[in-house]
Design a protein around this ligand. Structure first.
Ligand SMILES: [Zn+2]
Length: 312
């Protein structure tokens, strides 16, 4: 009985996590900066018309598009040319869930991740666990993330390991949450996780990092004067991992960067308080019970032809 109960709890947990990712990134898309005006893309001759078919077309892609590395469009409406796979094991990190093939990145994100992991291993002797980055050509996904489309978003677990995970563990280990009831940190949260997050944010390449609201509140209390604190932003979900978003690479003019945050506002005031309000509770209630199907994003023309044409 107890086993059956815990299996049920795990299942519910997994479903909630999936929902959280879905909801959190959906909202990220809504709050996105207004996209740059772009000409209407000509639709390739045999391209599918329903959202479901379009998502399916992107899901079939298994290799990067060759060419110079280019992050195209916005984080939640874009794609990626010249992506590089993050090697599954590197200095100080391991990639989780490799079967999803979401370990492709823009070279600038690849450099950020490998340097960060290497520095953290030198400091803590712990391996970072890297979650989803992007599919081989980025692009929209039917389930899971709404962002992670232009190769500049990456998820990093708050849990680290003294040893590398086995191949089975990479697929099966659950990412433990550090938050309970959306608003309260668990006793497992502490200085180790906060120091990891602080180091991740202390980098000018970082546009922002999404974390659960009580994690932001903890950082505000522990590091009120830190120059990087403004980059850490509260969001739905993100209770077991943090989501690093990099700025657009200077040499990628088609990349649509999210509005920069004001470094003078550490984000510890009214904006943070809202996440603990009754209004946020109502929003969460609405979002977590919504059954609306995901809409297909309006992609830049350079992305439209990117899925490989289907062989008939
Ligand atoms: Zn993410």
């Amino acid at each position: 009985m107890r086993r059956r109960l815990s299996a049920f709890v795990l299942l519910v947990g997994a479903m909630m996590t999936a929902l959280l990712v879905l909801v959190s990134t959906d909202l990220a898309a809504q709050r996105a900066t207004s996209p740059r005006p772009a000409p209407t893309p000509p639709r390739p001759a045999n391209s599918p018309s329903t959202p479901r078919a379009k998502f399916a077309e992107w899901a079939r892609i298994t290799d990067p598009l060759p060419g110079p590395a280019s992050a195209i469009g916005f984080y939640s409406a874009g794609c990626l040319q010249g992506a590089e796979p993050l090697p599954l094991d590197g200095d100080g990190y391991s990639v989780m869930r490799p079967s999803r093939r979401h370990y492709y990145a823009h070279p600038s994100l690849l450099a950020y991740l490998t340097q960060f992991a290497s520095a953290m291993y030198a400091r803590d002797k712990q391996f970072l666990l890297i979650g989803d980055i992007a599919p081989p050509r980025g692009g929209p996904m039917l389930t899971g993330h709404v962002s992670h489309q232009n190769g500049l978003d990456a998820d990093i677990w708050f849990t680290t390991r003294a040893t590398r995970p086995t191949n089975v563990q990479r697929e099966q280990l659950g990412a433990p949450t550090f938050v309970t009831g959306r608003k309260t940190l668990k006793p497992t949260w502490g200085a180790a996780q906060a120091k990891l997050l602080a180091a991740a944010a202390d980098n000018d390449e970082v546009n922002r990092i999404f974390v659960s609201p009580p994690i932001k509140r903890y950082m505000c209390k522990e590091y009120p004067k830190a120059a990087w604190l403004y980059r850490i932003r509260p969001w739905w979900g993100h209770e077991e991992h943090f989501h690093v978003r990099l700025v657009c690479p200077a040499e990628n003019p088609l990349c649509n960067e999210q509005d920069g945050l004001n470094p003078a506002d550490n984000g510890c005031g009214a904006d943070l308080d809202w996440w603990f309000s009754a209004e946020a509770d109502r929003d969460w209630q609405r979002l977590s019970t919504s059954t609306e199907p995901r809409s297909f994003p309006d992609l830049p023309p350079q992305c439209a032809a990117m899925p490989a044409p289907r062989s008939r």
